[in-house]
Design a binder for this molecule. Structure first.
Ligand code: FE
Ligand code: FE
Ligand code: ZN
Length: 183
């Protein structure tokens, strides 16, 4: 039919949200954070092991347990929109994890300064996740993916709590302890 052949791209897109470019962007971003979370499940145990204080180590280990659940939630989010859970390399998280490794390599084992560095690296990671989940949750809502939006919001709250926890540990003890250490 002539009308079909001459249909504009915008009118085609109006036919369904699942065929939209925004939907494709959403799924790509979901794949990105899925890669990031999976890699954090191997990076966080190393950060916990490198930490000097029990308080920081315990906080990182607790967030590792949450992170394993973030992976599962993402798999449920993929499932809820009928997509296969596929990871796509997140260059940003790969870089943030690498910077964390460098901080550990550049600070003395058993020092509180190392903990200050691990907290710095950890908060950069949490902020990336907070930005990612904030966007993903909003896009899921716009696209009408209510179940995915709820799952993404649940993880967003845990990332925010993890960030707050790291601030509290830094301000309550680590920063003052590190200040008195010699290089
Ligand atoms: Fe996470
Ligand atoms: Fe990314
Ligand atoms: Zn996190």
């Amino acid at each position: 039919m002539a009308t079909t052949k001459t249909a504009t791209r915008s009118s085609e897109m109006a036919t369904g949200v699942h065929e939209s470019a925004l939907n494709e962007l959403f799924i790509d971003e979901l794949k990105d954070i899925y890669w990031a979370e999976k890699h954090l499940t191997t990076a966080l145990p190393k950060m916990a092991k490198a930490a000097t204080s029990d308080e920081l180590r315990t906080a990182i280990q607790n967030h590792l347990t949450e992170t394993e659940n973030h992976v599962t939630r993402l798999e449920r989010a993929f499932d809820s929109i009928g997509e296969k859970a596929v990871a796509k390399k997140c260059e940003a998280m790969a870089g943030l994890i690498k910077e964390g490794d460098e901080i550990v390599a550049d600070t003395e084992k058993g020092s509180i300064t190392r903990d200050a560095g691990i907290i710095s690296a950890g908060q950069k990671i949490e902020h990336y996740e907070i930005a990612s989940y904030g966007t993903l949750k909003t896009l899921a809502g716009v696209l009408g993916y209510d179940e995915a939006a709820e799952l993404l919001d649940a993880t967003l709250q845990e990332e925010k709590n993890a960030d707050t926890m790291l601030t509290q540990i830094a301000e309550s003890s680590i920063n003052q302890g590190a200040k008195n250490e010699r290089k």
